[in-house]
Write a protein that binds this ligand. Structure first.
Ligand code: DX5
Ligand code: ZN
Length: 219
């Protein structure tokens, strides 16, 4: 099984952000996962388009912007102008999900939709044919370094089954609490893109950790 690794910069050393992003790219990461939090949708505040545009000239990775913000429509164009290749919004954070996804696609980038641990995947049924990626949260969004919530596995496999049955093309991304010891199980359940923050950046050798995670996940 071929998988994609998406290091989350939330756990990076922001004083050395450029160097650490270069290390995950050297380790072969396909996506760079950028967590945007507004202090309203989630109880934490992180970064905005400024950091995306600062990193853009230094990396060829797919910039995967995970918006954990309310009323995302207002900010989507700015993140796309800053260099996002994929913009993911939360089903729970937007009143008109179809409109928000259409807005992302009209701007010519990939659109993702995310659901929290308590949200059933079936709420996405009518937008699945139009999205490029579904992000299943395996922790409650807001912080890095939390423990993987096991019920996510059932959700991943149910969604993967539905996708196959209906011949749909979106990628299944999983985010939260992924590390060397559970990545194989998550891939087994049907994940294509694996986000990892603390498991990659809280280590001595960031580049090697990307390689090691992939090795465990592709077993
Ligand atoms: C959580 C974020 C995650 C986070 C994952 O709200 O969406 O992307 O950085 O961090 P780990 O891998 O440490 O759980
Ligand atoms: Zn994330």
């Amino acid at each position: 099984m071929t998988i994609k690794i998406a290091p989350s910069i939330l756990s990076a050393d922001f004083a050395r952000l450029g160097q650490q992003v270069a290390l995950v790219e050297k380790g072969g990461a396909e996506y760079l996962h950028i967590d945007v939090m507004d202090g309203h949708f989630v109880p934490n505040i992180t970064i905005g388009p400024l950091v995306v545009s600062a990193l853009r000239p230094h990396s060829k990775m797919i910039f995967d912007v995970h918006l954990m913000i309310e009323s995302p429509d207002q900010y989507i164009p700015e993140f796309i102008n800053a260099g996002a290749d994929l913009v993911t919004v939360h089903q729970e954070a937007t009143k008109h999900l179809h409109r928000t996804i259409s807005l992302i696609k009209e701007k010519g980038v990939k659109a993702g939709v995310s659901i929290n641990p308590a949200t059933p995947w079936q709420t996405l049924e009518y937008v699945l044919p139009m999205v490029d990626l579904v992000l299943i949260m395996s922790v409650n969004p807001g912080f890095g370094g939390q423990k993987f919530i096991p019920s996510a596995l059932k959700k991943i496999s149910a969604l993967a089954h539905y996708k196959k049955e209906h011949e749909l093309n979106f990628e299944i991304q999983v985010d939260g609490g992924i590390n060397r010891s559970n990545i194989a199980q998550v891939v087994q359940a049907g994940a294509d893109v694996l986000v990892a923050g603390s498991a990659i950046f809280n280590t001595e050798d960031i580049e090697q950790e990307v390689i090691a995670l992939r090795k465990q996940g592709e077993l």
